[in-house]
Design a protein around this ligand. Structure first.
Ligand code: ZN
Ligand code: FE
Length: 256
């Protein structure tokens, strides 16, 4: 079983797309298509031919280039079961617990509603890699547009149950702004302070902070640390449920 190669490229104001490539079989998949030209450009740069497209959710910054990229490459398109809004061009709809095979390896589908109700994430257990779409960000989580806080919290818990060494590719470079919010609710977290210095260094050089790792997020991302006593003391929410603390942190971030 080979190690896949991951090529992350940026598009739009702050989006990331990723090409997944198996050097053994030469198969290539692309996560989301906000910009077909940027995806085609990356395929050309890496000298790859596209076989599959995996769509996480219906938002335009993830789907606008889908039809063009499909037309130009003939790629097979996986995407979410269409709950909230139609996505044109899907060949196969996926939902919680579905699995498919890419190259010779398993891809597991995790439904993580909250940001949108259709959101799915793609997990490659053999590669320890997750594509989290707009559900889990480095030091953040997606805004809740179609779901509710409890729904989003339950979705995040599905991701928190993955192995700590899981490498996470999310769809946006929001990390620095997320970091300044995180330290406001978790000001005594030394690992968070250390991480912010690293993030500032990367962003000063124009480098991506993505991918991240689940283990690091569990120690520093306030949205995953709602049971932490220091955070709860800061919010004056010692006795509330995890979901209530999550809702409060999400609300504070929306207004930060
Ligand atoms: Zn989105
Ligand atoms: Fe997005």
């Amino acid at each position: 079983m080979s190690n896949f190669l991951f090529y992350q490229y940026s598009y739009g104001s702050d989006n990331y797309g990723v090409l997944v490539h198996d050097p053994l079989s030469s198969k290539t998949a692309c996560i989301d298509v906000g910009d077909a030209n940027k995806a085609l450009n990356e395929l050309k740069n890496q000298n790859l031919k596209l076989d599959e497209i995996w769509i996480t959710h219906h938002h335009g910054d993830h789907t606008e280039g889908l039809l063009k990229l499909k037309q130009e490459t003939g790629a097979f398109v996986y995407g979410p079961k269409q709950i909230s809004q139609l996505i044109n061009g899907l060949d196969k709809e996926l939902t919680q617990g579905d699995e498919f095979t890419f190259s010779d390896q398993k891809v597991k589908v995790i439904h993580t509603p909250g940001h949108t109700t259709d959101m799915i994430n793609f997990y490659l257990p053999n590669q320890n890699t997750l594509f989290s779409g707009d559900t889990l960000f480095a030091l953040g989580c997606g805004r809740i547009f179609e779901g509710n806080p409890l729904m989003m919290w339950e979705s995040l818990q599905k991701l928190m149950a993955l192995p700590e060494e899981t490498i996470i590719y999310c769809s946006h470079e929001y990390t620095l702004a997320n970091a300044y919010f995180s330290i406001s609710v978790d000001p005594t977290n030394q690992e968070l302070k250390d991480r912010i210095k690293i993030i500032e260094g990367l962003r000063n050089k124009g480098l991506p902070t993505i991918p991240t790792k689940l283990g690091l997020e569990l120690k520093t991302n306030p949205f995953l640390r709602v049971s932490n006593l220091e955070i709860r003391k800061n919010l004056n929410m010692i006795k509330e449920t995890d979901s209530e603390v999550f809702e409060k942190i999400r609300l504070l971030k929306d207004n930060f």
